[in-house]
Design a protein around this ligand. Sequence first.
Ligand SMILES: [Zn+2]
Length: 74
Amino acid sequence: MPDLSEDIRLPVACPKCGSHLYRVSEVHNPDDKVFCASCKYHLCSYAEAAEMLKEGPSSKTEALIEKVVNRHGK
Ligand SMILES: [Zn+2]
């Protein structure tokens, strides 16, 4: 089985282990799940991750990060 995943770095830290390194499928479908590279925590969809990467440090990204973290924080 070829490894069809790649690592990306996101501004949001994994709520479980604090890592910023995530693993996504090479296919980059918006619906693909983004997992923490160290603990395999499912953070968000690739579409959300791509949005964070595209925006860079901005208030919109902060809002998106907050949304993602809040969704898992309960
Ligand atoms: Zn983690």
